[in-house]
Design a binder for this molecule. Sequence first.
Ligand SMILES: [Ca+2]
Ligand SMILES: [Ca+2]
Ligand SMILES: [Ca+2]
Length: 210
Amino acid sequence: MLELFLLACRPGTISLGGDDSSKESMEDSPNESGEDSSSNESETLDRDGDGATAEVDCDDRDPDRHPGATEVWDDVDQDCDGQVDADGDYGGTVAVQATAVYEGQAHRFSLSCPAVAQRQLGSLSWSWRCEPDPTDSWAQLLLGPGLEMVGSGTVSGSSWSGSAELRSDSGWDTRADASLRWSDFENLTLEAGMSAFSLELASSGTLRRP
Ligand SMILES: [Ca+2]
Ligand SMILES: [Ca+2]
Ligand SMILES: [Ca+2]
């Protein structure tokens, strides 16, 4: 993160001179006759020798960072796509198995639920939402017309675990244990489970970054 910040500041350093305007104008004056000599320079300059010119290299002082470089887990954007490690938006489907015991009898439901996750600069949020079969009166009674699980937190590296909130459109809510792990920078496996009241629930699925 620090390296990104410094990078973002670099193009602006001349204008940050504040009251040092005399120095600024002196530095600028050699370019006035050449006009766009600085942009021509960035088209060919490659300080770190990684093959990417300063114009396209997100860090022209680090040969491990350039477009096409291999991203590694270290909170740094190696491939210069603006996304650190596995940052990005994910989508997929979570399979939910629910067992509800009502008046001594177990009712089981299998649901397929659209899910999304977003990871950005160490922050993670994710959710899935199921809509049980509206013609299944037991599902409507025991799960509700909609069942949603949401989680969020701070993430570093390739996994996260914590507590998520499970809410039913029927009005009840409870907590669930959840974990997410990235098998690589594009694929995220989500697992969550809970046992509360007379309901047991297990969910798992793989979300992908497009
Ligand atoms: Ca570089
Ligand atoms: Ca990285
Ligand atoms: Ca990246």
